[in-house]
Design a protein around this ligand. Structure first.
Ligand SMILES: Nc1ncnc2c1ncn2[C@@H]1O[C@H](COP(=O)(O)OP(=O)(O)OP(=O)(O)O)[C@@H](O)[C@H]1O
Ligand SMILES: [Mg+2]
Length: 353
């Protein structure tokens, strides 16, 4: 029988459960988030006993436990409020009203065809379903600012006017977009804001200690290692994701040396690895800006069709489309579909705003 390369790998010297450090792991306890968790639970409680609750806006920088805290509270909410249902939707994956509503229907067990339905039809399927079954719905819109990029926030208008009980939990890095909402919508959703500030070094240490205890062998980690990772993440914006990632990479470095304990040298190597990764991301972003600059320069003389623009700049089509989309999202350019009379194709006119 052929040898399986995975069976041949040496056993890890430091990890007992490496997956505890992976981004998918949902911890049972979230140190430093006790106050926010209580605020969210208080906001949800009236809804659990059948009264209309205020909707919630959770905001804060990356890696501050917004998604994890919301998931943890809502899992407990489902046990507590047996009549209510929860639909968790990531708006990076579902960024149109139609897609959000179709996904919410799917999560409630109502199949909606992926294609061929108009937004209005999906919307009425969604609201009818809630009405017919007397469902109280908590609609979690994670990364909700994505809806605003393409003016898909009209979804919130529909919800604010709905006669069925829906409570929205919107999660975002950039709460400013919500300021743009119509004041009537804001007041009927009565959004209650919950702030998730960045973690300080002490909080990061507590988070890391908790996780290191589960991920590593008993004597394979130390307070020093945790302290170094926490300091690095504190500098990187108080981001728990960065802290856990550096700790994980440190463990891997130790494994690569065949060591039985994570040492300072491993953490230093992990930080260097992380810095290098950040530098290459920064470089890619600078490159992106170059293309965006040349798109803008080419539009100085007036609007152009997107296909002409792409040929003029001689950038691969997908790259071009991606950057054009970025500029449109930033509202630096507008892109309008124009029916091309006499042929089947559509042309897109690009203008500087
Ligand atoms: N208080 C905490 N205790 C333990 N782990 C935490 C805590 N806060 C965050 N984490 C961990 O950090 C990572 C990022 O957390 P999470 O995804 O909840 O952040 P977020 O605020 O939603 O970030 P983003 O804005 O980028 O979506 C996850 O792996 C999570 O398990
Ligand atoms: Mg998140």
């Amino acid at each position: 029988m052929a040898i399986n390369v995975f069976d041949e790998l040496p056993p890890s010297g430091v990890f007992v459960n490496e997956s505890v450090l992976s981004p998918e792991f949902l911890p049972d306890v979230l140190p430093g988030r006790e106050k926010q968790i209580e605020q969210l639970a208080m906001a949800l409680r009236p809804f659990a006993v059948g009264r209309k609750g205020a909707s919630v806006l959770i905001f804060g920088p990356p890696g501050t436990g917004k998604t994890s805290s919301a998931k943890s509270v809502l899992t407990q909410f489902k046990d507590f409020a047996q009549k209510a249902q929860v639909a968790y939707i990531n708006c990076w994956q579902h960024y149109t009203q139609q897609s959000v509503l179709a996904e919410a229907c799917r999560l409630m067990g109502l199949a909606v065809p992926r294609r061929g339905l108009a937004t209005d039809e999906v919307r009425s399927d969604f609201f009818n379903h809630l009405q017919k079954h007397g469902i109280q719905l908590v609609l979690v819109l994670d990364e909700a600012d994505r809806l605003f990029h393409k003016k898909e926030e009209a979804l919130l208008y529909d919800i604010s006017r709905a006669t069925v009980p829906i409570m929205v939990v919107a999660i975002t890095n950039t709460p400013d977009v919500f300021q743009r909402l119509d004041p009537r919508v804001k007041s009927s959703l009565s959004l209650q804001a919950i702030d998730f500030p960045k973690y300080n070094p002490l909080e990061l240490k507590t988070i890391l200690r908790e996780r290191a205890g589960k991920a590593f062998r008993k004597s394979a980690w130390s307070e020093d290692v945790v302290g170094l990772c926490a300091a690095y993440a504190a500098k990187a914006g108080g981001d728990a994701r960065v802290a856990l990632d550096v700790l994980w990479k440190s463990g891997r470095q130790a494994d690569r040396r065949g060591a039985l304990m994570v040492q300072e040298q491993d953490v230093r190597a992990a930080m260097a690895e992380q810095d290098q990764l950040n530098a290459s991301v920064a470089k890619r972003q600078a490159g992106a800006n170059d293309i965006e600059q040349s798109i803008l320069a080419a539009l100085d003389g007036g609007p152009k069709y997107s296909s002409d623009l792409q040929k003029e700049l001689d950038v691969p089509e997908r790259t071009f489309r991606r950057h054009l989309e970025q500029l449109a999202q930033k509202r630096v350019v507008s892109v309008e579909d124009e029916q091309n009379v006499g042929s089947a194709g559509k042309r897109r006119l690009v203008k500087k705003v």
